[in-house]
Design a protein around this ligand. Structure first.
Ligand code: ZN
Length: 317
């Protein structure tokens, strides 16, 4: 473990959505994230893959969706990422409470966490996905998307943490610490916070243990997988070798055009990905045009017209 390159934090979280237009309406218009890429699910080109993030789509700010209109709802449970938290500045909590109420979002009461180190506003997106906006003193370190519909001083700054729900703590805890280099940093009730790499917002995972919770089912309104950051292909290769040596099944490297990926399951069943920082979202669109066109990987480009015709229409302001 000691000679392994450091995991730098969260790269992205990918969830299953419903209607793609509803997704853009909520994440871009209400939450004020930038739609940084509009592409298709590379493994299922009949459906969109929508990426939201900060102005540049930096790793660590990315929330991505496979919108499956009309698909059945999933069930939040163990072996899943059961909560996705996004960082907001401390001054922004009241603003968000009012904004979300104005859009008819049902809010849970605002709650402090970890001895008031952070303050949490919790709600579900239109498809039932649990999202938290977390006010934290270190929020200002990241810029968000200042040109979006939310005033820059209140804007979402990127991923904060993911919460993994598990029936038992030990196998996952042991794997995260011994296998992936996480450090146990906080504990409150049934929630254990671990940090990786530099730690801080965007480099945390919370493990919540509930032996009575039922097993999750991945479908609309649930998280499909969580991706962790490494700098480049060489670091990813070292992790692949290391994880295989631990006895895990790890997929071959997959070219996701904007990054490269390997996938495996942690002992509790959550699907993990390790993704490279490079090459990023400007590889096929200029920064000022990110998310405006349907972008495809080279092997699907010959079918661009058919693919576009089969996808539901999507209007982005
Ligand atoms: Zn992914």
């Amino acid at each position: 473990m000691s000679n392994m390159p450091e995991i730098l934090g969260l790269h992205h979280v990918t969830a299953i959505g419903g209607d793609p237009q509803g997704s853009v309406g909520f994440y871009r218009e209400v939450l004020g994230l930038r739609l940084v890429k509009r592409t298709v699910n590379f493994d299922d080109p009949g459906t969109y893959h929508l990426y939201y993030g900060d102005a540049l789509g930096r790793p660590g700010t990315l929330l991505t969706f496979f919108p499956w209109p009309g698909a059945r709802l999933g069930r939040v449970g163990t072996g899943q990422v059961a909560g996705t938290a996004l960082t907001i500045p401390e001054v922004a909590i009241g603003y968000w409470q009012e904004r979300l109420r104005a859009y008819g979002v049902a809010l849970q009461p605002i709650t402090p966490r970890f001895e008031e180190e952070e303050v949490v506003l919790r709600f579900q997106d239109p498809d039932g996905l649990w999202v938290e906006l977390v006010a934290h003193p270190q929020a200002e370190a990241r810029p968000g998307w200042p040109e979006g519909p939310v005033p820059p001083e209140y804007g979402i700054r990127g991923l904060h943490a993911v919460m993994m729900l598990e029936a038992v703590a030990e196998p996952t805890l042991c794997f995260l610490i011994e296998g992936m280099g996480f450090r146990r940093v906080r504990e409150e009730g049934a929630r254990i916070r671990l940090a990786v790499g530099p730690g801080g917002p965007g480099a945390w995972v919370d493990l919540r243990v509930d032996p009575h919770a039922s097993r999750g089912r991945v479908a609309v309104g649930t998280v499909h997988h969580v991706a962790w950051r490494v700098r480049n292909d060489a670091e990813q290769g070292a992790w692949r070798t290391h994880l295989q040596a631990l006895g895990l099944y790890v997929t071959p490297v997959m070219d996701r055009k904007y990054f490269r990926s390997i996938y495996f399951r942690e002992p509790g069943g959550v699907l993990f990905e390790i993704a490279t920082d490079s090459p990023g979202f400007s590889v096929d669109e200029a920064l000022e045009r990110l998310g405006t066109g349907l972008m495809l990987p080279a092997w699907l480009e010959p079918m661009q017209e058919e693919i576009e015709r089969a996808l539901p229409p999507l209007t982005v302001p």
